[in-house]
Design a protein around this ligand. Structure first.
Ligand code: 0XW
Ligand code: MG
Length: 369
């Protein structure tokens, strides 16, 4: 099978809940997504999606992703999309770093490879454990009372897992934790995500003042040494997200027994090929595993769902229903959400049906000669 054409579109995806804010006043009004179609001489079509959270979350931004795709797409024309491992090597050879720019291409090739095998992506990547993955909802930073109202609304909408964004002023964050957790029904699973904003002393102060609350601590600090400092005094589950940007970063953190769980973001590690490697290794290491992405809508969420269902329930934590975070759609897909859980399509590949006529003029439309 050969790739005959690669086409990219931009899609602006406004947030249902308005401006999304995390620590340090970083904010975004939506996801600036890039949609990618890969066509083949076998008639199979694959879709990929990549959306950063602004330019502040990961070392990634929309301009870099689109320029990266312009550079990489010609190198994949004529190649076999089923050779996903070889294509990742080729992309790495020609573009050093910039994993986020490679993610949608890798995703679209996996979509095709799974369709060619006649399997849903979950099965093509090793199988599906159970039928659904738990969903969480992030409560963006705001005044403590406003965050409590938001959390209450998310619980009313069916979410049973709430991520509280902290990482600003420690005193206020302690207040945020108390006010939000006060309104949550018993049994709600809580994460406190500082998005790498704190110095160890601030994280330690937060831990001391919230000793009576049950929650998982997510990415308190940015650096390895800083998180190791926090780990030494943290008696509750500690999860790393931003730090887990590659297999070597994971191995170093695991060797130091730094975390109880990891959050793998598909684009951060360069796509589905590397997400699967990390996922399976983390399970073998006995860690809790979350698979999600930095943003996107139906296409990306389908990939998140398939990959998440490949984590045994004993190790699976949760994921996001990003397609419900935004006001626009980019595909039809049988992704059912109920009771704070989401399933994954049973159709071959990602299981998405896309009508590109709705996306307007493409960013580029490349055909093999
Ligand atoms: C809540 N998220 C999944 C959405 C953004 O991509 C950031 C991320 C997080 O863990 O902060
Ligand atoms: Mg996080």
């Amino acid at each position: 099978m050969k790739i005959t054409a690669i086409t990219a579109w931009a899609q602006w995806q406004p947030f249902v809940d308005g401006i999304y804010t995390c620590s340090g006043g970083r904010s975004a009004a939506g996801f600036d997504s890039t949609l990618l179609r890969v066509q083949t001489d076998a008639g199979l079509i694959g879709w990929g999606e990549y959306a950063p959270l602004g330019s502040f979350y990961d070392p990634a931004f929309v301009g870099g992703a689109r320029e990266g795709l312009r550079l990489l797409a010609p190198l994949l024309l004529g190649a076999d999309p089923q050779s996903t491992g070889a294509l990742v090597r080729r992309m790495d050879l020609h573009l050093n770093g910039h994993p986020y720019a490679k993610s949608a291409l890798d995703m679209a090739c996996h979509d095709i490879a799974a369709q060619a095998a006649g399997l849903p992506l979950a099965e093509a990547l090793g199988g599906r454990f159970g039928e659904t993955v738990p969903l969480y909802r992030s409560v963006a930073q705001a005044a403590p009372a406003a965050m409590a109202d938001k959390a209450r609304a998310y619980v009313a909408a069916g979410y049973r897992r709430i991520q509280i964004k902290v990482g600003l002023d420690v005193g206020e964050d302690i207040e945020r934790m108390h006010q939000v957790m006060d309104v949550l029904p018993a049994g709600t699973v809580v994460y406190a995500d500082a998005n790498a904003a704190w110095r160890p002393a601030q994280a330690r102060e937060f831990l001391r003042a919230t000793r009576d609350l049950a929650y998982t601590f997510e990415q308190p600090c940015a650096g390895f040494d800083e998180n190791a400092n926090v780990r030494a005094v943290c008696d509750r589950p500690l999860v790393l997200d931003e730090s887990i940007d590659s297999l070597p970063a994971f191995l170093r953190a695991q060797q130091a027994r730094l975390m109880d769980g990891i959050t793998i973001k598909i684009a951060r590690v360069g796509g589905i090929t590397r997400t699967r490697q990390l996922r399976d290794l983390a399970v073998e290491c006995g860690l809790g595993v979350t698979i999600e992405d930095t943003g996107g809508a139906q296409i990306d969420t389908a990939a998140m769902a398939h990959l998440s269902l490949g984590v045994p329930e004993s190790h699976r934590t949760h994921t996001c229903d990003f397609h419900h975070w935004v006001t626009v759609a980019n595909a039809q897909v049988p992704l059912h959400c109920a009771g704070g859980q989401m399933d994954a399509p049973r159709l071959p590949g990602l299981g998405v049906t896309v009508d590109p006529a709705a996306f307007g003029a493409p960013l580029f439309d490349l055909h093999a000669r």
